[in-house]
Design a protein around this ligand. Structure first.
Ligand SMILES: [Cu+2]
Length: 200
C-alpha cells in the first residue's frame, strides 16, 4: 500500500515537472487529480518582466505575498479566459485574505501582448491581477523556470494569424518565492480556494 502511495506521489511529481504535454492531457479531464509535491527547487525561479503599467518587475517584488501564476496569451479563445476566471473566483472565495495573494498572468505571446493589451485584458479578471510581458527571451526564460511548454502554430496557412499551444497549470508560490503546489486546468475555484486557505 505504501509502495503504491509513493508511486502515485512520484507520478504526480513527474506530471508537474513535465508540465506541458501532461497538462494538455489533463485538459481532457473534467477534474484532474491534484497532487502536491515538494519540488521546490524544480519549479519557479527568478524572472524580470514588464507589468501592465510599464513597470519592470521581478519575482522579488512579490516577496511577502503568495503568487498565483498562470501562463497564456490574450488571443486564447478558451483555456486562458476560463482559467483566469477560475483564479478570479478563487480569490473572491478568500475574502479579505485575497490581499495576501497576487494573481499573475504571464504572456507566452509577447509579440502581440504588449503592456497596453495586457492591461486591458487582465482588468477583466479583477483589479489585483498583474499582467506580465517582456522580450521573447525573457518570456522563454520565465516559462522554462516554471516548466511551461508552448509552441506557436498556424491553423490557417493563408493568413499570418497564429495560435499557441500551451500547458495550463496554475502555480501557487509562497511568500518566499518557493513553489508550494500547482492546480491542473479544470480544478474548480472552490477547491483552489480551500487549498489556498490551508496556507494563508
Ligand atoms: Cu490559453
Amino acid at each position: 500500500m505504501r509502495g503504491r502511495f509513493l508511486t502515485v506521489i512520484l507520478a504526480g511529481f513527474l506530471i508537474g515537472a513535465l508540465g506541458g504535454a501532461s497538462a494538455l492531457f489533463l485538459t481532457k479531464r473534467a477534474e484532474a487529480p491534484q497532487v502536491e509535491t515538494s519540488g521546490k527547487a524544480l519549479i519557479g525561479g527568478p524572472f524580470a518582466l514588464t507589468d501592465q503599467t510599464g513597470k519592470m518587475v521581478t519575482d522579488q517584488d512579490f516577496r511577502g505575498r503568495y503568487m498565483l501564476i498562470f501562463f497564456g496569451f490574450t488571443h486564447c479563445p478558451d483555456i486562458c479566459p476560463a482559467e483566469l476566471q477560475v483564479m478570479s473566483a478563487t480569490l473572491d472565495g478568500l475574502g479579505p485574505k485575497a490581499a495576501e495573494v497576487v494573481p499573475i498572468f504571464i504572456t507566452l505571446d509577447p509579440e502581440r501582448d504588449t503592456q497596453a493589451i495586457m492591461g486591458d485584458y487582465v482588468k477583466n479578471f479583477g483589479p489585483s491581477f498583474v499582467g506580465l510581458t517582456g522580450s521573447l527571451e525573457a518570456i522563454a526564460e520565465a516559462a522554462k523556470a516554471y516548466r511551461v511548454t508552448y509552441s506557436k502554430f498556424q491553423e490557417d496557412k493563408t493568413t499570418s494569424d497564429y495560435s499557441i499551444d500551451h500547458s495550463a497549470l496554475v502555480y501557487l508560490m509562497g511568500p518566499d518565492g518557493n513553489y508550494i503546489t500547482h492546480f491542473a486546468y479544470g480544478t474548480p475555484a472552490a477547491k483552489m480556494t480551500a487549498t489556498l486557505r490551508r496556507y494563508l
